[in-house]
Ligand binder design. Sequence first.
Ligand code: FAD
Ligand code: NAI
Length: 474
Amino acid sequence: MSKHFDVVVIGAGPAGYIAAIRAAQLGLSVACAEGNAYADPKGEPRLGGTCLNVGCIPSKALLASSEEFEKVQHHLDDHGISVSGAKLDVVKMVARKEAIVTKMTKGIEFLFRKNKVTLLKGYGKFVGKTDAGYQIDVAGEVVTATHAIIATGSKARHLPGIAVDNKMICDNEGALNFETVPKKLGVIGAGVIGLELGSVWRRLGAEVEVLEAMPTFLAAADDAVAKEMQKLLTAQGLQFSFGVKIGEVKQGKKGVTVNYADQDGKAQVLECDKLIVSVGRAPNTDGLNLESIGLKANERGQIDVNDYCQTAAVNVWAIGDVVRGPMLAHKGEEEGVMVAELLAGQAGHCNYNTVPWVIYTSPEVAWVGKTEQQLKAEGAAYKVGSFPFMANGRALGQGDAQGFVKILADATTDEILGAHIVNAHASDLIAEVVMAMEFKAASEDIGRICHAHPSLSEVVKEAALACDKRALNM
Ligand code: FAD
Ligand code: NAI
């Protein structure tokens, strides 16, 4: 007889492992299947998915290292500190990143043991459904589940005719593991990965040229943020071409040649030592044998779900990158908790309107809720409050005076509709506005809260006050 679980989660990325842990906390018997896409040197699966192995965590480790290198070389002079002879050991930097990844992925194995989540090593695929529940085959062993949660995540999307070998032509996986700093780095796609990993290698000394298909920069961000970031990143040395059409890409012994048409349709050539292809991600649904349970992926490769992450098959749920919505770790985690709570009989929910976005460039970009252009398009009546970090003493003192906070609030009710931050600490500062929006706060609420002085958070307060044209320090 096959083993039976209340819940079998397929995929141990942030969506899946969090769903598994929360379901186990709520007293359900839980197993989680993980293939060896991110295997350790012995070929054993490493948990944590894209996020821990080749995404959020390793990229932030390299962003931190490269920021330190840049700081020591260029940003201490103002403080009266001169440093000479700073040297870079890329292999050591990458090894540090790997050690962090190993620690984090091992941490999830520990959490599984602590919460009595059974780890099933191998790729899971549906076999069918019997009275005992859904049958799921994991590496030849079939288990049954009352509820199945599909959390198989995503992989890098590649472009036709561009063979990614993760040595010279790389997606996110290879781009996190260069052994030396390329002299010239080409990047296709000025999205989040292009900007973050482009920044890493630029700070370490590469000349970085980014080719973007869209005619404008960061189309999803608030226009004010996009404009400011394009200016700042260009000043740092990233080179951008917009509205390009990528043509033939050839890999030679020493480098890569990218033929493309610029926005005027003129033929151009980019020669580089390495090329990063970062043009979005594709959901992982191949091999799940969804047909055996009456499901199929939609035309974008995602599994269709409702607001509660229920699929069309009863008791089959899908969460994270494999479903609609932003491909963000914390969005998948929220969905994992929601689904676990729902199937334990609780009132789980996920507020998609308050999922924050962060781009970890320097300065960072963070936003939540609506952009000003979205509000305009909706014909909404809104007010805007903006405040620059340049007018904040703490920001000046610590050399983090770039950027601003912009808050959008309803013109009548004053409810906060969105917030947009450009600053070195935007990823942390946005949390206050996310919380305020979750409580349906008005801009006046933030304006009336006592914020510590001196702190960067005072800029959030001033921007809230500016919604009513009553900023105090400007
Ligand atoms: P994944 O993390 O992709 O995990 C899915 C897991 O399922 C994988 O381990 C896979 O091996 C496994 N799997 C697939 N098929 C099967 C199967 N049939 N059986 C068993 N196992 C299977 N997001 C942020 O929020 N912040 C960031 O800073 C950030 N930085 C990023 C940087 C980079 C370079 C990249 C590439 C992504 C980044 N992301 C970031 C996005 C984030 O990594 C994803 O949104 C997140 O990992 C999605 O979680 P998930 O659990 O849905 O899927
Ligand atoms: P992306 O969707 O952010 O950006 C892809 C970019 O490539 C877009 O600007 C798109 O217009 C462009 N593009 C697409 N096809 C192209 C073509 N043929 N030629 C030139 N440009 C082309 O995708 P990216 O950067 O690959 O990241 C994938 C996802 O991973 C992100 O959407 C995000 O969800 C997640 N991520 C999140 C991070 C964070 O939260 N800080 C960091 C990195 C990734």
